[in-house]
Ligand binder design. Structure first.
Ligand SMILES: [Fe+2]
Ligand SMILES: [Fe+2]
Length: 196
């Protein structure tokens, strides 16, 4: 399973240490909200790969605790900010524009799917927390962890496709420059950083 979360090319990290979650990519310094949201999706996919690797790892794999901690931290700390970006900053502004049937449905489905993702996390977060401090528990958790991880992954496949195919193009295509800049300011304020 090693490394479950790969460091960027050319950067070396301590053995068994997942990448730093705060690492910036070119997208993270963009002034376009859709690019910043896509950067979050890169991180979701990255940590989802870690979650899947955890579910199939050997209990004695030395990467289990650090990976479980990184996956837990991402989905409990960073993901809620991303969902809030979409529910509080993007959704209301898109709903204020005239949307076609498919676009209107997609914006509504985006928020509804966040609730399903949060429900799945209620089951997964305690397992990742336990693996971070007690990796030997992996064998006993395996069956439930595999089932819940596969369900979580299936939710993401539908959700990321919906947002990337329909919702994010609306952000760029339907919202004016001042509104998009306002969304970026809100995203940055949520994180207390100069970049979202
Ligand atoms: Fe998203
Ligand atoms: Fe979302």
């Amino acid at each position: 399973m090693i490394p479950v979360i790969r460091p960027p090319r050319g950067v070396c990290y301590r053995r068994f240490m997942p990448i730093a979650l705060g690492r910036l990519s070119r997208r993270a310094s963009s002034s376009e909200p859709a690019e910043l949201l896509l950067e979050c999706h890169d991180r979701i996919r990255q940590h989802m790969r870690g979650a899947i690797a955890l579910s199939t790892a050997s209990a004695d794999d030395p990467a289990v605790p650090a990976t479980a901690e990184a996956v837990h931290r991402y989905f409990s700390v960073a993901l809620p900010l991303h969902s809030e970006d979409e529910d509080a900053s993007v959704g209301p502004r898109l709903r204020a524009t005239p949307l076609t049937g498919e676009a209107a449905s997609a914006v509504a489905a985006m928020t509804a799917q966040h609730a399903d993702i949060d429900l799945a996390l209620l089951r997964l977060l305690p397992m990742w927390a336990r693996l971070a401090s007690e990796p030997a528990s992996l064998s006993g958790l395996r069956e439930t962890l595999v089932r819940d991880t596969m369900h979580f992954d299936a939710l993401w496949a539908v959700h990321l496709d919906l947002e990337e195919r329909i919702v994010f193009p609306l952000v760029t295509g339907r919202l004016d420059e001042a509104t998009r800049a306002e969304i970026v300011r809100e995203m940055r304020a949520r994180r207390g950083t100069a970049t979202a």
